[in-house]
Design a binder for this molecule. Structure first.
Ligand SMILES: Cc1cc2nc3c(=O)[nH]c(=O)nc-3n(C[C@H](O)[C@H](O)[C@H](O)COP(=O)(O)OP(=O)(O)OC[C@H]3O[C@@H](n4cnc5c(N)ncnc54)[C@H](O)[C@@H]3O)c2cc1C
Length: 599
């Protein structure tokens, strides 16, 4: 296998907020090796040749079609990436898994079905199954002979999943768990064979079970009438004295939340990758259309306001892509730094937990960029964008779910800060020390600053300023609310938005610098334009979010002082982002696609 250029040391999860990294320390799409590129190509061709031509029938829920496509994907090895080789999978590294997810996403309903099966449906058994459970289920799930799904949500328990009402009690003879209750919104539920079901033992202890279709007392409800991803199956599942063999308890009684949240963590990361791939495809369609469609005697792409849309779509996709591949690289670097652990899957789970903040960012940023991209694509198509005969109408409807499932974006925003605070308090991340150091710097007053020099001086200052801005706003919020900060959700949301922008800014900048060093400034000039335009606007967003948060936590002289410090951290020279975006738009239009693929 060709080697992958992984950084030698693995950065800690969340450490991007307080540490600087060098361009060569981050993984970028340019670092993908031949095998990883081949996986992407196989996945992309599979969807283009086998799935997309059947989209109309899939949208009508043609009986057996989606499950047969999943089986075909399994035969090609596209389902077993998360399954170790010992159980019939291919045990892909995280970077390969990311490429795979991205390239399967041309048809969202297939991507969602794939994620529900190969991700959240199969991985609970990979990470938490006993040897017998792994041997029984994984080989069949890896090939697609059996399809899996993940049953957490209930009619009354979505975001607060632990409020589940489904119950499990041991039968009098001690041989079966008897399940009663209902699950809701279960992707793949209409045709799956294996159901990962969460229920409370004796109505109290949240636990997880492997349930097979056909167990007595198990039944599947009718397909839900959805706004989008109509080609995927979404059904309620009913358990009426459903008899589940005792040995099908997954993990331990009362530890179901560990299964649920660790698996969602993986799901979130992958969801970002699916969104990334989907956004690139939509940009491609919009770029082609902008060239073909004429108005006032010219292709509409030649109008500045249309070009600016294409450019901004590419710029935001670039930011998401830079973050997601950087995170995937960190996960693989952490895995290789851990060495040959006896149990690689347990090791991987720990590593994924380490990067839970980055996974939530992948989910939120990926889904919101996709929503932006599909919305602008509809606008570029004009009236035809509103017509089901054109591809962007479906993409627009399909996109919307991504902000809702795998933990809503609100819940994930709250989680980012909750996880950061936990890491700060446990000492896993020296946030408090960084905050104290910043306070010293603030008290010392404005220092004589060297005038900016070098091609990236402004952007370096913007990233450093954004990191300080986070510490300033978070420090003020923690000082005021302490343990009650979680109750101030709007403040937490603003802080979370700053965290995400910091990661996006630094990842975009380092990738552009790495590309310039590798290929030369001229060859990487358009990527540099995209990075500069992104950073310039992101710095505005950071400043605004911090102002919002500070105004809520301070007042009077204290507020005035903090806003003065904020202005210092946000100071920068103007940049002609219109010119930068025009060059990005020209690159999109020249190639009719996202211009930084694999670079
Ligand atoms: C098409 C589709 C497929 C799905 N597939 C699956 C699947 O395969 N398996 C599965 O288990 N589930 C699945 N789901 C369920 C999905 O995960 C939930 O819909 C989601 O978690 C939100 O739960 P809810 O719908 O009950 O919304 P609620 O939890 O009622 O939330 C409603 C709104 O309130 C907000 N909110 C809730 N709590 C808070 C809070 N504490 N603070 C701030 N805001 C809050 C939410 O962000 C949201 O905006 C699917 C859903 C859909 C629509």
């Amino acid at each position: 296998m060709a080697t992958t250029a992984l950084p030698r040391t693995a950065a800690k999860g969340g450490s991007f907020l307080i540490e600087a990294c060098r361009p060569e320390e981050i993984f970028t799409p340019a670092d993908l090796n031949d095998d990883q590129r081949l996986i992407g190509q196989t996945a992309e061709e599979f969807v283009a040749k086998e799935v997309l031509p059947l989209a109309a029938e899939l949208e009508q829920h043609k009986e057996g079609l989606m499950s047969s496509l999943l089986k075909k994907a399994g035969e090609l090895g596209l389902l077993g990436g998360g399954v170790p080789e010992a159980y019939g999978g291919s045990g892909l590294d995280k970077i390969s898994g990311t490429v795979l997810a991205e390239k399967l996403s041309s048809y969202a309903s297939f991507a969602v079905s794939h994620g529900a099966h190969a991700g959240i449906g199969t991985l609970p058994i990979v990470y938490f199954g006993t040897e017998e459970q792994k041997k029984k289920y994984l080989p069949k799930l890896a090939t697609g002979e059996w399809v899996a799904c993940y049953c957490l949500s209930e009619p009354q328990a979505g975001s607060d999943a632990q409020n589940a009402r489904t119950r499990a009690v041991l039968s009098p003879d001690g041989k079966h768990w008897i399940l009663n209750g209902q699950k809701m919104w279960i992707t793949n539920g209409g045709f799956a064979d294996v159901y990962i079901v969460f229920a409370k033992v004796d109505g109290e202890k949240f636990s997880c079970f492997i349930v097979e279709r056909g167990y007595p007392g198990f039944s599947v409800g009718a397909e839900e009438k959805k706004m989008g991803i109509k080609g995927s199956s979404t059904v309620p599942i009913f358990f009426e004295n459903c008899r589940v063999p005792k040995e099908n308890l997954l993990h331990e009684i009362g530890r179901g939340h560990i299964v649920a949240f660790n698996i969602l963590n993986v799901g979130r990361f992958n969801l970002g990758a699916y969104c990334l791939g989907g956004a690139k495809k939509v940009l491609e369609a919009a770029a082609k259309y902008a060239k073909e469609r004429t108005a006032f005697g010219k292709p509409i792409g030649t109008f500045g306001l249309v070009g600016a849309k294409l450019a901004e779509m590419a710029v935001r996709i670039y930011a998401v892509e830079s973050m997601i591949y950087r995170s995937a690289g960190m996960i693989d670097a952490a895995m290789s730094a851990a060495g040959a652990a006896a149990d690689k899957t347990q090791q991987l789970m720990k590593v994924l937990e380490e990067y839970a903040i980055e996974s939530s960012i992948s989910k939120i940023y990926g889904s919101e960029v996709l929503d932006f991209v599909v919305d602008e694509a509809v606008q570029i198509y004009g009236g035809y964008g509103f017509h089901e005969d054109y591809p962007v109408a479906r993409a627009y409807r399909d996109s919307r779910i991504n902000r809702i499932f795998e933990g809503t974006n609100e819940i994930n925003r709250l989680l980012i800060i909750q996880m950061l605070m936990k890491r700060a308090m446990s000492g896993a991340l020296p946030l408090l020390a960084a905050g104290a150091k910043l306070q010293e710097e603030i008290v010392a007053g404005p220092q004589f600053e060297e005038p900016s020099s070098g091609a990236w001086a402004e952007q370096e200052r913007a990233v450093a300023g954004a990191k300080k801005t986070f510490l300033l706003a978070a420090g003020a919020a923690v000082q005021k609310y302490r343990e009650q900060l979680a109750e101030q959700q709007e403040v937490v949301g603003a802080l979370s938005n700053i965290v995400m922008e910091v990661y996006a800014m630094e990842s975009s900048l380092r990738r552009a610098q790495k590309a310039a060093a590798l290929r030369g400034e001229a060859a990487a000039a358009v990527m540099a334009d995209a990075a500069r335009a992104f950073l310039y606007d992101a710095a505005d967003r950071v400043e605004k979010e911090a102002r919002t948060a500070l105004a809520a936590v301070a007042e009077g002289d204290m507020l005035r002082t903090q806003l003065a410090v904020l202005r210092r951290f946000s100071k920068r020279e103007p940049l002609d982002t219109i010119a930068s975006r025009r060059r990005v738009a020209a690159a999109v239009e020249a190639g009719n696609r996202y211009p930084f693929e694999g670079r």
